[in-house]
Design a protein around this ligand. Structure first.
Ligand SMILES: *Cc1c(COP(=O)(O)O)cnc(C)c1O
Length: 473
């Protein structure tokens, strides 16, 4: 790849709106009442090639995992193989949510199959597929923990979460009404057992843990951690959003975890949905199965049926969850099989370690597995990341976890080959070597220059009209 050659220069990629291209007033001929219709509307009048080129050009201004590597740590962007789209597009999958179980046996077989796959992968006894995202899975899992303690007349008020955890952990526990006890990390980036022992009490409802944690480090003392929490009567919650290091090799259930969620969009190659639709199934140990959301799928005489767990917390999503996402996860796991999943985790870890070996960055914590937190040192990680866009790759997750200053949390995933990892390393290293002014003004070669991220989040203008009303700037 020639990094000096801009992929797109800002001036020559202005792509007009379709209505700007050839907007024409077209008379409205409608059978609707007059007071509900306009006399005419402005519609573009374009040939098919013009239309195809418009959308293709727009797509080329974008960056995606089909364009190149997308090494977001923790949030994993792995390539979604196209066969899963074919499976999801089968007309037989489009069933009305109110159809009775007997008439949709194939659908139930797939859902049951996925429940079983995920239970097996996580070492759990029962799985609900309903939650529509990882965060929704966490919230569901914490509600299950709460229901369990309540059923035992055991009133507990706290959830312990390590400082390095994903922000959604804190939010999920707080939304369920718990007080969050933040656990500082030990000097090696892992849970400090002494600090944990000091934090647990009869108020501890659960410990939420990610393992390998968000620095890619495996919690070697996980059995002692589990014992400490269980001895205090608390439950162990596993944040399994990212299972890429563990697939087919180790199971949270075997480590002592009681509840976990899975992000099928981070581990099982279903699309990230820009906030949805996604899927964040939740697995639990047998003691907790009766509290899962309803309904669940189980085997019946010669087929499958829906049933409501006895002390279910209720529903957390319509019907059975996001079918189109779930069927893709099912197809992906079926296609890879045991050996394929083991292979994926081996390559994910190998790729992270190979990439790290090619970087001129400090990586303060190791040995890491599927991801690592490099530091940009005295450079601003966000500036370095913006500059990487100029070199034609997507940057990693930046400035998180906070344990590493100017962190660049990087996860290349198993799908990259060696030459693409070399390209990625070159982009990392070149960006770090650029001067301050270049970094501060980056990106300079992309279609959109640096955006004001704070305003974009606080004051979103989500339609063209809103933009026009604001002066079209
Ligand atoms: C992404 C992520 C989550 C949240 O998942 P969403 O599907 O984005 O809600 C939770 N924990 C970890 C470690 C994650 O990486």
């Amino acid at each position: 790849m020639n990094y000096d050659q801009a992929r797109f220069s800002r001036d020559d990629v202005y792509e007009p709106l379709l209505s700007e291209k050839d907007g024409r007033e077209v008379d409205v001929d409608s059978s609707l009442p007059d007071d509900l219709t306009r006399d005419s509307v402005s519609l573009p009048s374009l040939s098919e090639p013009e239309l195809a080129r418009h959308y293709t050009r727009l797509s080329q201004m974008n960056y995606s995992v089909e364009t190149g590597p997308y090494p977001l740590g923790s949030c994993t962007m792995k390539y979604n193989p196209s066969f899963i789209e074919d499976v999801a597009a089968l007309p037989s999958g489009a069933v009305h949510p109110d159809r009775s179980g007997e008439t949709v046996q194939g659908t139930l077989a797939v859902l049951h199959g996925l429940q079983e796959y995920l239970a097996d992968i996580g070492g759990m006894d029962a799985v609900t597929l309903q939650p529509p995202a990882g965060a929704a899975g966490e919230f569901t899992g914490i509600l299950v923990a709460q229901a369990y303690h309540e059923a035992n007349d055991d009133d507990r008020s706290e959830v312990i979460i390590p400082a390095s955890a994903h922000g959604t952990n804190f939010a999920s526990a707080a939304m369920a009404g718990y007080e969050v006890v933040e656990l500082p990390s030990g000097a090696d980036g892992r849970v400090d057992l002494d600090a944990l022992e000091a934090a647990v009490s009869e108020e501890t409802a659960a410990l939420m843990l990610t393992n390998p944690n968000t620095l890619g480090l495996f919690e070697r003392e996980i059995r002692d951690i589990a014992e400490t929490v269980h001895d205090a009567g608390g439950l162990l919650y596993y944040d399994g959003a990212n299972l890429n290091a563990l697939l087919g090799r180790a199971r949270p259930g075997d480590m002592g975890f009681d509840i976990m969620h899975y992000n099928v969009h981070k581990t099982f190659a279903t699309p990230h949905g820009g906030g949805g639709p996604g899927a964040g199934p939740v697995g639990v140990a047998s003691d907790l199965a009766e509290f899962l959301p309803k309904p669940q799928v189980r085997k019946s005489d010669g087929g499958y049926e829906l049933f409501d767990p006895e002390r279910s917390i209720g529903k957390v999503h319509g019907t059975m969850g996001n079918w189109l996402v779930l069927v893709k996860a099912y197809a992906y796991i079926s296609r890879l099989g045991d050996a394929g999943l083991r292979d994926a985790s081996a390559k994910a870890v190998l790729n992270a370690n190979y990439l790290a070996s090619q970087l001129e960055y400090d990586i303060p914590y190791d040995p890491f597995h599927h991801e690592f937190a490099a530091t940009a040192g005295d450079r601003d990680a966000a500036d370095v990341a913006k500059r990487m866009l100029d070199y034609g790759v997507h940057p990693p997750t930046t400035k998180w976890p906070e344990l590493v200053s100017e962190a660049m949390l990087t996860e290349p995933t198993e799908v990259e080959n060696r030459s693409s990892l070399d390209d990625l390393a070159a982009a990392f290293n070149r960006a770090l070597a650029d001067d301050d002014e270049t970094l501060a003004n980056a990106p300079s070669r992309t279609t959109a220059r640096r955006i004001d991220q704070v305003s974009a989040a606080r004051n979103p203008r989500l339609s063209w009209h809103a933009l026009e009303d604001d002066g079209g700037d």
